[in-house]
Design a binder for this molecule. Structure first.
Ligand code: ZN
Length: 676
């Protein structure tokens, strides 16, 4: 294990996110070490309540001593530094640091703190302390923020900076310019931090809380800051669970951040507390799943609590200690793995920013939909719908984005799915055309390609030619239960529900219509409609295949959960991609396949999400007699390293199948190669 650097082995980072009088050395001994973490994101040492920043004169000596003790305990220490807000006392001395709204009001966060602006003189104070911090033997630095609220910032410094860059007033900025100004400000601050630490102490690994699967509402853009961070991390385990918010959030965020990391270490932030209640923990069963779903995508673990360490005297606390022990004892198997999925579900930053997309609730974002005037699709809802369907089908998939088109990583996949990927540039379209011509397959829905990368509506979709469609009008289903579609397939249930909205389409250039939709009925209890229009089109283009669904199938599935949409998708992906696994497992079993790069072994993560009605998840529903097959890998030995069970493995076709007599909460199956 010695050849791996500390951040190439599984990171288990403890984060105690406040301090109201606990002794920091007690936290280290009784929580960090006792619960089996191997590192810490250190907030509690310099904290006032929940806020922690760094001031060398105030904190330097204290930090030096703490790092020595951490070193004796074999812990890696990453300093937490809040670079977005301060309490009122600090603002009294530095009123010029405040972030301002357009009307000149101060921006308050968490109910009692002031948001600071990184373009004010706050920045000089920060840089001075950062340089002095680099003299310490730290392992890493985590910046919480930098960010803007959606209504900021219009301080005098931002106004002057904008005027210089854009030769006009900030109040006259277009939506796109305002967005760009904010993301450029955040990126320049992270870049400056990176360059300073690289020149003074490159052993310090820098990372931030990356924005994932949402519009750039906070000014932080993951692609822009990528060159200046050593790790990537995102809040996949901060779960505001309610009836409409499920744990699938963790899987989609982990998949997205793995692709964005592109070889760099990546971390899922798990809040031990069930958001938004900082002083109440998740149940043990929920905690185990949050860990398992993160590990299943190869992520490192950050586990934070936002109250006193006595909250760990709970089922959640006991599960954390158990999971940390499991990871440490098996790190030789969990290290250096990657997904080799052949299906990519595509995300577009431009669509989130300039078309319409939901933003989920977090500490900095309200649950809301960005954009949307005259636009009936919703990129995030569509992506979430497809992610749920793919997971239920047990198909192996990644979440990729526009950068994977530009850098041509899409050519590694059999199938790309574009869920209302509305904003697409000419350049993206050109590369997608080449992908399909060479034998790649795509499924695209609704407004995909109808807008350019700045959100301008086109007359003709930029990839309509390869999809073989001519669009007519948009048909809207104002109510549910008044629309149906007819699949032209020889299956029993070929009449399926239809809602949301859809383009009337006609096939062109040899394409065929494989499903029609009926126009909305005047009510639910009337005769079945007869007038129909083209809904799904199938086209051959070069050596590839393009399937176009003209309606908002992903968005509708995400809300109404119709099983027909999932069954339809399952048939299409079996025709167009290698799904890598075969199984008889029920849909509540989430399966993720990973390859260990240096040994060639396969790891099959099996997460049992089977549960009663939604949250709370308090118990494990055991699942029995599950077979998991690998279509392209002939293994000779299969071991369940979570349960410690030796498993039956048999050859099947070009691959093999493994039999699991029982699945409790979680299992990780290590499948060794034939020649090992
Ligand atoms: Zn400002």
């Amino acid at each position: 294990m010695d050849k791996w650097k500390w951040y190439e082995r599984p990171m288990l980072l403890s984060a105690v996110q406040c301090n109201y009088g606990e002794n920091s050395y007690d936290i280290m001994k009784n929580h960090v070490v006792a619960n089996g973490f191997n590192g810490e994101q250190l907030l509690h040492l310099n904290a006032t309540g929940h806020v922690s920043s760094y001031d060398e004169d105030r904190d330097g000596e204290k930090l030096g001593k703490y790092l020595e003790e951490a070193g004796r305990n074999g812990l890696r220490e990453i300093l937490y530094w809040n670079v977005h807000c301060v309490y009122g006392e600090t603002i009294l001395d530095n009123p010029g640091w405040k972030q301002k709204t357009r009307s000149g009001d101060d921006i308050i966060v968490y109910g009692n703190q002031y948001l600071i602006c990184i373009n004010t003189p706050w920045r000089e104070r920060y840089i001075e302390n950062l340089k002095r911090l680099c003299s310490h033997r730290l392992d890493g630095l985590f910046l919480d923020g930098p960010l803007f609220m959606q209504n900021g910032c219009y301080c005098d410094f931002c106004k002057a900076r904008f005027r210089e860059a854009y030769k006009k007033e900030l109040e006259e900025a277009t939506f796109g310019e305002f967005l760009e100004f904010r993301t450029d400000s955040v990126t320049s601050m992270i870049r400056q931090t990176y360059e300073i630490k690289q020149s003074l102490n490159p052993d310090i690994r820098l990372y931030i809380n990356n924005s994932a699967l949402r519009a750039d509402v906070t000014g932080s853009n993951t692609s822009k800051v990528y060159p200046y961070v050593d790790f990537l991390g995102t809040e996949g385990g901060f779960c505001w669970i309610n009836k409409s918010f499920d744990y699938t959030h963790t899987t989609t965020h982990a998949k997205y951040i793995e692709t964005k990391a592109n070889g760099k270490p990546y971390i899922i932030f798990i809040a031990g507390d069930a958001k938004p209640y900082s002083y109440c923990m998740h149940t043990g069963a929920e905690t185990e799943r949050l860990y398992a779903l993160s590990l299943a995508q190869g992520a490192n673990i950050w586990y934070g609590i936002h109250g006193p360490t006595k909250m760990m005297q709970s089922e959640a606390g006991r599960v954390v200690a158990k999971m940390n022990r499991f990871i440490k004892e098996n790190e030789i198997f969990l290290i250096n793995t990657r997904s080799h999925a052949k299906i990519a579900l595509m995300w577009s930053d431009a669509t989130a920013n300039f078309y319409a997309s939901s933003v989920m609730q977090s500490d900095f974002t309200q649950s809301q939909k960005i954009g949307g005037e005259g636009k009936y699709g919703n990129h995030h809802e569509a992506l979430a719908g497809f992610a749920d369907m793919l997971t239920r089908c047990h198909a192996q998939y990644d979440i990729a984005d526009q950068d994977c088109i530009y850098d041509r990583r899409i050519f590694d996949y059999d199938l790309l799915i574009f869920p209302t990927y509305a904003c697409m540039s000419q350049e993206e379209a050109k590369i997608i055309r080449e992908f399909v011509a060479g034998g790649g397959n795509i499924i695209a829905t609704y407004d995909t390609g109808m807008y350019d990368e700045t959100g301008r509506l086109r007359d003709i979709g930029v990839i309509d030619d390869i999809m073989g469609v001519r669009r007519g009008r948009i048909v809207r289903y104002e109510d549910v239960g008044v629309g149906y579609a007819k699949l032209h397939e020889n299956i029993e249930e070929n009449i399926v529900p239809m809602s949301g909205c859809a383009w009337e389409t006609e096939p062109v250039g040899g394409a065929i219509t494989t499903a029609s939709a009926f126009y909305p009925m005047p009510g639910r209890y009337v005769a079945f409609p007869t007038e129909e229009f083209g809904y799904i089109t199938d086209n051959r283009y070069g050596k590839g295949r393009c399937i176009f669904v003209s309606g908002t199938i992903g968005e509708v599935y995400n809300k109404w959960c119709g099983p027909d949409a999932r069954k339809w998708l399952h048939r299409r992906i079996l025709e167009t991609a290698d799904v890598l696994t075969e199984t008889n497992a029920p849909q509540g079993i989430e399966i993720s396949l990973r390859t260990q790069l240096h040994t060639g072994s396969r790891l099959i993560h099996v997460v049992n999400m089977t549960r009663g009605p939604g949250r709370p998840m308090e118990e494990t529903v055991q699942v029995r007699d599950v077979m998991v097959g690998l279509t392209d890998f002939r293994g000779t030995r299969a071991r369940g390293i979570y349960s410690g069970r030796e498993l039956t493995i048999e050859p099947q076709g070009t691959g093999c199948r493994i039999l699991l007599p029982v699945i409790d909460e979680y299992e990780v199956i290590l499948v060794e190669r034939e020649d090992v």
